[in-house]
Design a protein around this ligand. Structure first.
Ligand SMILES: Nc1ncnc2c1ncn2[C@@H]1O[C@H](COP(=O)(O)OP(=O)(O)OP(=O)(O)O)[C@@H](O)[C@H]1O
Length: 309
């Protein structure tokens, strides 16, 4: 089922939590919804799941509008809320049975669905425990199980790894990736590495507006700007090397980053590359290159650049 978000606007009082947002999610995609705190991620996801009504715009899920057919959409969406509210005093099986009944799953099918969820979410060893007795990672697995019990086509996960330790984060990411092979998944996060690890596509939202839509590689490219190269050159005096490099027309600036190792950081002019010219210059002067690597901006830096106010 494709999801089409069209000119979505949601206000809380005078504030626009989501401001004229439009995007599409293709069936089978794993989409990362990324943005700083208060960006509008939860609001957009709640609107997709028909938990809140926007003032303007529409969301079509498999062609059905959230305004006209919320019941059909709810049947096709599984939702894991931020902070995963669960009944701490219930055991896992009773809890999943309770959720299955809410979804109107026929009684005779419920035991099979529960077993399936326990297997899918790796809860076999813990299934008789009270939810309050489970570790945070296992509670998150229960959250995923409740979101999946009615076998929805689409899974929406609001900050699914918040509060987990690094091992639990890896486990939940693996689980999400496995689920993502069969379902459309939309997950929100304010951690870039998280969405890069799990998602096919990243959508960055800031101040209620989409600022980037693309793959991690495209996102890097968009924020990358000028070519920056780390270059090591031997076989000549460092000052001479510096001067001969500086004659290259496409080079904008050269910094010496290590005098002993004769390492330079070279920035090219916009939309140019200096790699071939550097190579030719070194050959001409009988220098030899010990290192030539493009420097990539860290994804964290890119995220900061793209979400600056
Ligand atoms: N029920 C509400 N009443 C008033 N303002 C709200 C309500 N829910 C959200 N907001 C405001 O709308 C804006 C967007 O909030 P939203 O929860 O969608 O952001 P978010 O990107 O999910 O943030 P976070 O990462 O902190 O969860 C915020 O400024 C928030 O304070």
């Amino acid at each position: 089922m494709d999801i089409v978000v069209e000119h979505l606007t949601k206000r809380y009082g005078p504030q626009k939590a989501v401001d004229n947002v439009s995007f599409r999610v293709k069936a089978g995609e794993v989409l990362g919804f990324l943005g700083p705190n208060g960006a509008g991620k939860t609001t957009t996801m709640k609107a997709m799941a028909c938990f809140i009504k926007p003032e303007e715009g529409d969301i079509l899920v498999g062609g059905y509008s959230i305004h006209d057919h919320p019941e059909i959409i709810k049947k096709n969406i599984g939702y894991l809320a931020e902070n995963n509210p669960l009944y701490q005093e219930m055991n896992i099986i009773d809890f999943l049975e309770f959720i299955a009944k809410i979804h109107g799953i026929p009684k005779y099918l419920i035991p099979e669905r529960i077993l399936d969820m326990i297997r899918t979410c790796g809860l076999e060893g813990e299934k008789h425990k009270l939810i309050g007795e489970l570790s945070k990672g296992y509670q998150q697995r229960v959250g995923l199980a409740q979101a999946l019990i009615h076998d929805p086509d689409i899974l929406i996960l609001d900050e699914p790894t918040t509060g987990l330790d690094p091992n639990q984060i890896v486990e939940i990411r693996e689980l999400i990736k496995r689920i993502g092979k069969e379902k459309t998944v939309i997950l929100s996060s304010h951690i870039l590495a998280e969405v890069e690890a799990t998602c096919d596509r990243i959508l960055i939202i800031n101040n209620g507006r989409i600022v980037v839509d693309g793959t991690a590689a495209e996102l890097r490219k968009q924020a990358q700007g000028n070519e920056i190269l780390k270059l090591g050159v031997q076989g000549g005096d460092i000052d001479h090397i510096f001067e001969s490099l500086f004659e290259i027309e496409t080079i904008d600036s050269i910094d010496i980053i290590d005098v002993d190792k004769q390492l330079f950081e070279i920035q090219s002019l916009p939309n140019t590359t200096s790699v071939k010219a550097i190579f030719d210059t070194c050959v001409r002067n009988n220098y030899y290159i010990t290192e030539l690597t493009p420097t990539e901006k860290k994804l964290e830096d890119i995220f900061r650049i793209l979400t600056l106010h």
